[in-house]
Design a protein around this ligand. Structure first.
Ligand SMILES: [Mg+2]
Length: 401
């Protein structure tokens, strides 16, 4: 039987803020978006704020009604990424099988390191101690024989706790829980299941498999298998390269971008990076998508399918601008993202009658840029029109492919 840990950083953003500003630790505090706007929302809260009934994703306006002296700090995503990396470095001392799930959660498969470090519970407790001492934040850990049950375990008791779910614990710990607590059980699926009187994980586990498959299809069957503990999904090794399904780049800007020109300059830089990475991976994309977020965390994404695959920065920029316009946010742009998906191998695409010459020229130019960069560094070549903006953004680019 496998031994899988799911480690979850408790109140991650708020904990990191308290780490850097200890005076925030014991007063009600939340990390949140734009306070001025009624739409700004709570991204994370500390234990003191939780006592006032403040919940993640509620508006700051509503949180203030519950707790008028709530301290709200703006999010610092780069700092959170940095702490996340350090936490994962500690996990990697125990096993190569460490698979992050978002910024503040990771699965660890410790099956084969029992002789070295002890059983799952011992490793979980040790990790909690080490994270507390070496990082200064807390984690809760679930220990089980599947990824989905391990994840349930880390949610079961927190902060700073270990929950072990062995086969004999499933009926007591897992079954009474609402179905929505199960990995990938979204609100929509839960509603559908509820129509058939299935509201808990136990009710799903005891349902008829053929019935589930017939009424809820592939996704229903996946959840059913999770519920009965039949989840063979492996924890990925840090040495395993994930098959590249998308290459993208997004950035949260220090000031809100205003108007088309400013957006275009920023997007140019993002496209340049994405194009470079696609060429490095030897792929061209056939779908481009863009994401725009404003100061109120309103996020809109649009995507388009291309008539011919590309990995050229200039193509990405033109498609990207079209998509950004479709998103309908042209003022106060906080975050901008562009990505390519649905790849074909470079050279595999159909050659169309149009624009071949142009493409060739552009390809040569892109290749020349890559070779200069390989020798002199990323900043050796930049688009003339993006020069001043480039240096401003290039230092702090945040990857999220
Ligand atoms: Mg968490």
């Amino acid at each position: 039987m496998r031994v899988i840990l799911h480690c979850d950083c408790n109140g991650f953003f708020a904990s990191v803020e308290a780490l850097d500003n200890p005076e925030l630790k014991n007063i009600p505090m939340a990390v949140g978006g734009d306070e001025e706007s009624r739409k700004g929302i709570i991204l994370a809260k500390n234990e003191a704020a939780k006592k006032y009934g403040i919940v993640t994703a509620e508006t700051i306006w509503s949180a203030r009604k519950k707790c008028p002296h709530l301290v709200i700090v703006p999010p610092r995503h780069e700092r959170y990424m940095e702490v996340s990396r350090k936490v994962n470095e500690i996990y990697k001392e125990y096993t190569e099988f460490v698979e992050p799930f978002g910024i503040d959660e990771s699965w660890l498969d410790v099956t084969s390191v029992k002789e070295l470090f002890g059983d799952g519970k011992k490793i979980a407790d040790e990790l909690r101690g080490r994270i507390a001492r070496e990082i200064g934040t807390t984690i809760s850990v679930g220990v089980s024989f599947t990824k989905s049950f391990a994840k349930l375990g880390s949610d079961y008791k927190k902060p700073d706790a270990t929950t072990v779910i062995m086969p004999e614990d499933v009926e007591r710990i897992v079954y009474p829980q609402p179905l929505g607590n199960l990995l990938f059980a979204g609100a929509k699926s839960c509603n559908e299941f509820s129509k058939y009187g299935i509201n808990t994980i136990g009710e799903l586990a005891k349902a008829d498999k053929a019935f589930i498959e017939k009424h809820f299809g592939k996704n229903g069957l996946l959840l059913y298998n999770y519920a009965i503990g039949n989840d063979e999904d492996r924890v990925r090794s840090i040495y395993e390269e994930e098959e590249i399904k998308s290459i993208g780049n997004s950035y949260t800007f220090a000031h809100d971008l205003q108007g088309e020109e400013e957006i275009r300059h920023a997007l140019m830089w993002l496209c340049d990076v994405v194009s470079s990475r696609m060429r490095k991976a030897g792929v061209k994309c056939t779908v481009v998508s863009a994401t725009v977020r404003d100061g109120n965390f309103r996020t809109v994404s649009r995507q388009m399918t291309l008539s011919a695959p590309t990995n050229h920065a200039r193509d990405l920029l033109e498609f990207g601008m079209t998509l950004v316009k479709k998103c309908g946010i042209s003022q106060g742009v906080r975050l901008l993202g562009i990505s390519g998906t649905n790849f074909v191998q470079d050279g595999e695409e159909q050659i169309t009658l149009f624009g071949i010459e142009n493409n060739r020229k552009s390809e040569k130019l892109d290749a020349a840029i890559d070779s200069v960069r390989a020798r002199f560094g990323q900043k050796a070549v930049k688009f003339a029109s993006s020069e001043e903006h480039y240096t401003k953004y290039a230092e702090k680019g945040e990857d999220n492919n």
